[in-house]
Write a protein that binds this ligand. Sequence first.
Ligand SMILES: [Zn+2]
Length: 338
Amino acid sequence: MLPRERFLAALKGEESDQPPLAHVSALTTVGLQEMTGCYMPEVHHDPEKLVKLLAANHEILGFDAVTFIINYFNEPAALRCEINWGSERDLPAVASHPWLKPEDAFIPEDLLDRKPIQVYLKALRIAKEKYGDRVAVLGKVMGPFSMVLAMHGVKETLIDMVREPDKIKHFINVATDILIECANAQFDVGIDALAIGEGGAGGHTMSPRMHEKFLLEAHRRMMRGIKGPTIMHICGDITPRLNLLSEIGLTCFNFDWMIKPKVMKELSKGKFRVMGNINTTDLMVEGPEVIEKQVFENLEAGVDIISPGCAISPTCPNSNLRAMLKAIKKWVKKKRGS
Ligand SMILES: [Zn+2]
């Protein structure tokens, strides 16, 4: 099986020759930047270099599916959020929050022509042309709640969820419309599946009741509006809210290392596929034997796709990232032998 076929089969819940390795959160290393000569932050503005750098995730690290966008804040950047573009070792971060009042949030007519969106659409087009016959090419947008945190500010959003809930609902609605438009533009250039980075809605940010009140309908509308398979990532242990995610029509969920693979698999059964959950701190500081153990634990639990549990630090050694594919192969060999 080609890597792309392997990944798409697993995403549909079908049998494949070996469990695929994929990532949806940001994944590059200082080592890969040195090997390819393509460095952050320049790659965030240069589609050719972005693709060359991320193709190394397949060519050097052995990923079957690669998300050809590193920067998580492209939509806010297109909406005039100031961005701190980071360095070789640091991913971009937002530096201003332009949505203050309800009327600040609207869909600009030229949204898809704006530079950050044009950069990623061009990158995805190049990735599809150069690698699309063998590697699954994934796109990426933010989740609507995470986008509101960027556009309105984290503290402001959490306070206004209590003080001005209608304003936050309006922001979430506009963000949802914007993200659907950006997501479908990515499917129009040929991506195989879309990552949705809803990291900001993670862990203890909100109770199940708040999630239901603010996010359930927006997520449902987003999945309905997007014309292709979706993989959502939310950080932290969100097991009390998984029943809400199972109602939105998600294809796959990328779960954090804080949720045990066995628990995740049981809670998701028949509702969506699961992808996870190698500990990102361990990928940075531990050795390949620790990574192997975690890959085995996921595979024994029946996790469909192996991936890191979140965005990785660019300081991760490549050897730890390569250890994931090695462990998958070892597990398959062991299973066939037994
Ligand atoms: Zn995360």
